[in-house]
Design a protein around this ligand. Structure first.
Ligand code: CAA
Length: 416
């Protein structure tokens, strides 16, 4: 979809993404245990929104409409109806039209598209945000909650850790079809942690790794056929956090007094959906590829035009398969791209510069919003220690829900 009314990303903010292994995450052995708690869903959302307003110099009264991405607030924190929670962040938002979007791990991407479509319908200033709190239960219970993103009736039983097992199934098939090895895949993990170590918002910012550690990481899936195809180190994090971002039309920028040159522009988007539980080819992310194709077509661009990308690395194998769905590598060629360093901060096409889902973290409903904001921040030189040496002009995001069932793809360009 190519917007007929231009859409500008004005800016935004992330909370810290936190969870197990983050220095600020409260757990029973933390020195602050008993004296303070981890941020709630409401606190996280409100902080991200207020910080987004501070970063862009606007306030709630100037926002016309908005969406909040969240997957399973009802399960992790007993809370739904998040549109009404979001407007509590600022009295200027009261009585404004806000609602939640849900599409599993693509909930945040759908919140962004809600704002883009609102701008096409005539609204001028919109707020896209997203959040998830997941650390209220242990990893096994959390895996059951997240399994609602699969076809629960037929796929839940693949393993107690349903999503890790679904992607172990893909890793097994992909390795067999392409000759890619677990050691090849490890390069993606090392890159994620190296980038995350430079990112003050990252869940795993304090955790160092290297190829040897990743190669020795434990297998944990009980399903015997899949056990050896996914390691703990291959997984994205169970994170808490929120991100918020302002999107506006040309008229909106005029009302806000913000120059186009301070913004990035969303040139096109693709949004594809495939039936739950009906993966046709385990070795390819076909749904993502379909959304990418639409986004490239409508931007009049190809993979070769991309200078930075945020792709959905819910597992290390997913990042490799995303390189192929995005056209960065031919089928079976993704591991070579990773091993050559082409996707590192100083590579030809840097991917997941802040650490991706594996190291920046994956508070599910926030991830799709975070991806666009990360491209914006790279284009505006706001990424500190993980800033690319040359500001990128064009960037891609790919946000995925479930086992490649819902995909949101955007293409952004810098205006400077
Ligand atoms: N050696 C051997 N086994 C080990 C181990 C070790 N060093 N460490 C852990 N394990 C095994 C154990 O079996 C352990 O369970 P028990 O102790 O209860 O037997 C199991 O792994 C889990 O260990 P923890 O409870 O310590 O797990 P953790 O809190 O460190 O979490 C993780 C690790 C399970 C990998 C967790 O990070 C995780 O689940 N990550 C993936 C999150 C996820 O699936 N997100 C969704 C992605 S899918 C997507 O994005 C699309 C969508 O729409 C959902």
């Amino acid at each position: 979809m190519k917007p007929h009314r231009r859409v500008f990303v004005v800016g935004g903010a992330h909370t810290n993404y936190i969870g197990k292994f983050h220095p600020d995450f409260i757990w029973k052995k933390h020195p602050d245990f008993g004296t303070r708690d981890n941020p709630t869903l409401e606190q996280s959302l409100h902080k991200a929104i207020r910080d987004a307003f501070a970063a862009t110099g606007i306030d709630g009264a100037q926002v016309d409409k908005g969406y909040v991405g969240n997957f399973v607030g009802e399960l992790f924190v007993n809370q739904g109806h998040l549109g009404a929670m979001v407007v509590g962040a600022d009295s200027g938002l009261h009585r404004k039209p806000f609602a939640r979007t849900e599409a599993a791990c693509a909930s945040g991407g759908i919140a962004v598209l809600g704002c883009v479509d609102a701008i096409q319908a005539g609204y001028d200033v919109t707020l896209a945000c997203g959040a998830e709190i997941q650390t209220t239960v242990n990893a096994r219970t959390g895996a059951d909650y997240l399994a609602r993103a699969a076809h629960y009736a037929t796929e839940r039983e693949i393993d107690e850790f349903t999503f890790p097992a679904l992607f172990a199934r893909r890793a097994k098939a992909y390795k067999a079809a392409t000759g890619t090895t677990a050691e090849d895949i490890s390069h993606v993990v090392v890159k994620a942690y190296e980038n995350g170590n430079k990112n003050p918002f990252a869940h795993m910012r304090a955790v160092k790794t290297n190829l040897d550690k990743v190669n020795e990481s434990a297998f944990f899936i009980a399903n015997e056929e899949l056990h050896e195809h996914l390691r703990l180190a291959d997984c994205s994090q169970v994170s808490d956090g929120a991100s918020a971002m302002i999107l506006a039309s040309e008229a909106g920028l005029e009302k806000l007094g913000i120059k186009q040159s301070d913004c990035t522009e969303l040139l096109s988007y693709g949004h594809a959906t495939s039936p739950l539980g009906q993966v046709e080819d385990l070795t390819r992310l076909d749904n993502a590829a379909a959304a990418v194709e639409v986004a490239y077509r409508d931007a009049g661009m190809t993979a070769a035009d991309m200078q930075v990308a945020e792709v959905h690395d819910c597992f290390s194998i997913t990042e490799l398969m995303m390189y192929e769905a995005a056209g960065f590598a031919p089928f079976g060629g993704a591991a070579a791209l990773a091993k050559d360093g082409a996707t590192t901060l100083d590579g030809r096409i840097p991917v997941n510069t802040g650490g991706g889902l594996m190291s920046f973290g994956h508070p599910v409903g926030a991830t799709g919003v975070k991806q666009l904001l990360e491209i914006h921040r790279q284009m505006k030189g706001q990424c500190g220690d993980y800033q690319l040496a040359k500001l990128p002009n064009v960037g891609l995001t790919v946000n995925m829900g479930g086992d490649d069932r819902t995909t949101v793809v955007t293409i952004q360009r810098n205006i400077g």
